[in-house]
Write a protein that binds this ligand. Structure first.
Ligand SMILES: *Cc1c(COP(=O)(O)O)cnc(C)c1O
Length: 469
């Protein structure tokens, strides 16, 4: 399989090239040249497979000959073996037609583990074959850093250094990172804000000699492999509910648009997806776009669902490219004007195509707490704030045909946001047993001022390549 850039200038690449590059050289995002398509009979033949096997079968076409099927199968088995549910991504029924798809049974209790656990192993496999090593550096305000650390710990070809703002993450979030004592993992608390951390990471990438010396790499949400690894769970849920012989709808609490893009992809691959419901908090740029073709940037406001506090959904560019008939030049020009003017000029016909399938919904913090309470009282279900936005969105935009079930992506475990859940329900969700000793585990991290030279020295000193001489 070959991949094209959404901005039409970069040369096509294979899966391995796309995995290692992340962003295309022209600033665009990679997409498959053509979507793999399965017939109804081929979909039916996948029913009932264990999650790891389904994931390997559905991802194989995206990898092409990058990995042999048996190797990929080994990686998916290993990636999902440590999950807290034998179903990996269990479906929980809320009412006659609503089902929660729990994506939070991985090591860090958020859906990012579903992709990252596989991504770390894919990187390691490909690098080992090439005889290369990389250093992953990243900044986190909480969740992404722990998912990346858990994905990269103990991988032979990867070192990882994560910067977090000292004292500004929650205790659980910090401990999920700093109690990983593997010798390829280093945590740095920066005396500053999350923005300072991000600026330091950007500055390291812009320091060409340093970038080259350390072979810096990122595992951010624009990497195609992350989207690809999110496709299988939508198919898993749809097949369990009767697809391809019954249509389904998905409701996805959304930030960077990566997760809902994967739901869109299973439709391109031939499953009957009747609609895609996109949930936002008060940062409602996507809801405004879908309601009135108004994709205009406003300031980011903090909310109870911090993983959705975004201004610009980076993965939206992939949908835009498709809406514009895969015209890279038009996509590049639209993105250029968006950056310059703060408003994305989407042609009316393209917007209508989007609005026919995607339904936007936004909920403020008070509404989110009310929904958490409603779920607890009506169904005995404890939901985190992100998931609650998904369930409220699903009710607001349920398909007219009651025979179509709605699957809500549950993106975080309620114990990850215990304060909001306790405020809404009076119950404080406990950490699952495998994490119950987190507060007592040994922590290891360093503290430094927000100064580039000091941080670069720290990264140099903490890669195994350098420690071994
Ligand atoms: C990252 C995240 C999201 C948003 O996912 P996108 O792929 O960026 O849309 C939603 N909920 C939780 C809990 C997350 O960690």
């Amino acid at each position: 399989m070959r991949y094209l850039s959404t901005r039409g200038e970069a040369a096509p690449r294979d899966f391995e090239g796309v995995l290692l590059a992340g962003l295309a050289e022209d600033g665009g995002l990679f997409l498959p040249e053509a979507w793999p398509h399965l017939s109804p009979a081929e979909w039916r033949a996948l029913r009932g497979l264990p999650y790891a096997e389904l994931a390997a079968r559905l991802m194989q076409p995206f990898l092409g000959d990058a990995l042999a099927p048996a190797t990929l199968r080994g990686l998916t088995e290993a990636a999902y073996a440590g999950f807290g549910s034998p179903a990996v991504a269990p479906l929980v029924q809320l009412d006659h037609r609503s089902f929660v798809l729990e994506l939070f049974h991985g090591p860090t209790l958020a859906f990012k583990d579903m992709a990252m656990q596989l991504l770390g192993r894919l990187f390691d496999q490909v690098l080992a074959r090439r005889g290369e090593r990389i250093t992953i550096v990243g900044a986190t305000s909480g969740d992404t850093g722990s998912a990346a650390i858990e994905a990269c710990r103990d991988r032979a070809a990867i070192d990882i250094v994560i910067l977090h703002p000292e004292g500004r993450t929650s205790e659980v979030q910090r401990r999920q990172m700093t109690t990983v004592l593997s010798d390829n993992v280093a945590n740095l608390a920066v005396r500053g804000s999350f923005d300072d951390c991000q600026d330091l990471v950007k500055a390291m990438f812009n320091d060409a000699p340093f970038r080259q010396e350390m072979r810096l790499a990122a595992v951010n949400s624009i990497n195609w492999a992350r989207v690809a690894a999110q496709i299988p769970y939508y198919a898993y849920a749809a097949l369990a509910l009767g697809a391809p012989d019954r249509a389904v709808a998905f409701s996805v609490p959304t930030g960077n648009f990566g997760n809902v893009l994967a739901a869109w992809a299973v439709r391109e691959m031939g499953l009957p997806v009747e609609r895609l419901i996109v949930g936002s908090n008060r940062n409602d740029i996507l809801a405004r776009f879908l309601a009135a073709n108004d994709m205009s940037v406003q300031g980011v406001e903090p909310s109870l669902s911090p993983s959705m506090d975004i201004q610009v959904s980076s993965n939206f560019e992939r949908l835009l490219f498709e809406l514009l008939g895969r015209d890279g030049t038009a996509t590049a020009e639209t993105m250029r004007r968006f950056r310059a003017e703060g408003r994305m000029p989407v042609p009316d016909a393209a917007w209508r195509r989007a609005a026919a399938l995607f339904h936007g919904f936004a909920l403020d913090d008070a509404g989110t707490l009310a929904e958490i309470r409603h779920l607890w009282e009506s169904a005995g279900y404890l939901a985190d704030p992100h998931t609650a936005i998904g369930t409220a969105a699903a009710r607001a935009h349920a398909p007219a045909d009651p025979a179509i079930p709605v699957v809500i992506a549950a993106t975080a475990h309620p114990a990850k946001f215990p304060d909001a859940v306790a405020r809404a329900t009076g119950r404080r969700p406990p950490l699952p047993p495998r994490l119950a000793d987190l507060p007592a585990r040994e922590e290891r991290y360093s503290v430094l001022p927000a100064e580039l030279a000091a941080v670069e020295d720290f990264v140099r000193a903490h890669t195994r390549r350098n420690r071994r001489g």
